[in-house]
Write a protein that binds this ligand. Structure first.
Ligand SMILES: [Zn+2]
Length: 134
């Protein structure tokens, strides 16, 4: 099972089959959003009273330490740490824009892209920007 960790506090944000985030919409309203731990699965769960529009920019936060998860690579991409069964860590970047399907997984050596909007971030190349995990 892959675990997901906050890059700031390094606590577990995956519980069962969900990764739990705190989000804010463009009206600065807060809510909890659950995402699938499967890379490339874009189903999400939220309370029906919390409205989000397609194309809206959401801010993702760690539900534990409240740190913004916006990556330093692109403000559209949030960053979390994936820890695989062997204990190896990877950085995962995913779009904070509603409906935009782009996810990147990197161990600092190679990048795997998923989602049909991944091509939007074509500058995404292996470089010194990435943390290396060994
Ligand atoms: Zn945190």
């Amino acid at each position: 099972m892959n675990d997901f960790l906050c890059p700031k506090c390094e606590e577990h944000i995956r519980v069962g089959d969900n990764i739990i985030f705190k989000i804010k919409n463009s009206k600065k309203q807060s809510a909890l959003l659950l995402l699938s731990p499967q890379i490339g699965n874009y189903t999400s769960i939220k309370h029906p009273s919390f409205e989000i529009q397609n194309g809206e920019y959401l801010e993702f936060y760690c539900p534990l330490c409240n740190a913004p998860l916006m990556s330093d690579i692109d403000k559209n991409l949030a960053n979390v740490i994936l820890q695989d069964e062997t204990g190896k860590c990877h950085d995962v970047y995913f779009s904070q824009i509603v409906g935009e399907q782009s996810t990147f997984t990197t161990d600092g050596e190679s990048v795997q892209a998923a989602g049909h909007d991944a091509g939007k971030y074509t500058y995404f190349k292996i470089g010194d920007k990435f943390r290396k995990y060994f």
